[in-house]
Design a protein around this ligand. Structure first.
Ligand code: PRP
Ligand code: MN
Ligand code: MG
Length: 179
């Protein structure tokens, strides 16, 4: 699997530092709240585990599963809600956890959903922010790293459902896409 990687962009140690930094920030800003942490499957599974262990607060963990890339490298612009949450978000503070914000369409979809359901506040903590990829005007509140406009895999992020279990974020060798 490592043989398919052209370059490592963020290794385990730097991801851990980012989780610690954002975890401290969130801990400070939500002292009087008991936020719902909404982890976006599948991509955010490792980020959720690492970030939440750096948050020293009572939180409720929920998972939502949406899909827009359907395993490929391009957003399909069509977002499907695969698995919804069951808890009530009305008047609650929600923190969405994402592995990456790219076009912003997934995030927009979820924010609208949570707003319609009456969430009190909605913030977003993402490991990676690909600002150049935006197609909608939306910002993440907590960002681990800005990432350049290249397709990245690892640490939750997939190409055709593979590479999610790499412990780092990297770029695939071009020949992998050409196969
Ligand atoms: C990826 C990623 C984010 C979203 C970001 O998920 O994990 O959730 O796309 O892209 P956007 O800002 O352009 O909407 P994907 O749809 O690939 O599903 P997955 O998490 O199951 O891989
Ligand atoms: Mn995702
Ligand atoms: Mg994906």
């Amino acid at each position: 699997m490592d043989n398919d990687i052209e370059e490592i962009l963020f290794d385990q140690a730097s991801i851990h530092e980012a989780a610690h930094r954002l975890g401290q920030q969130i801990t400070k800003e939500y002292t009087d709240s008991r936020p719902i942490v909404l982890s976006v499957l599948k991509g955010a599974y490792l980020w959720t585990a690492d970030l939440l262990r750096e948050v020293e607060l009572q939180v409720e963990l929920e998972f939502i599963k949406i899909s827009s890339y359907h395993g490929g490298v391009e957003s399909t612009n069509e977002i499907s809600l695969v698995t919804d949450i069951h808890s009530n978000v009305k008047n609650r503070d929600v923190i969405i956890l994402e592995d990456i914000v790219d076009t912003g369409q997934s995030l927009q979809f979820m924010k609208e959903l949570l707003q319609e359901r009456g969430a009190n506040s909605i913030k977003v903590a993402t490991l990676l922010d690909k600002k150049e990829g935006r197609k909608v005007d939306i910002k993440a509140d907590y960002v681990g790293f800005d990432v350049r406009n290249e397709f990245v895999v690892g640490y939750g992020l997939d190409y055709k459902e593979l590479y999610r279990n790499l412990p780092y974020v990297g770029i695939l060798k071009p020949q992998i896409y050409e196969q």
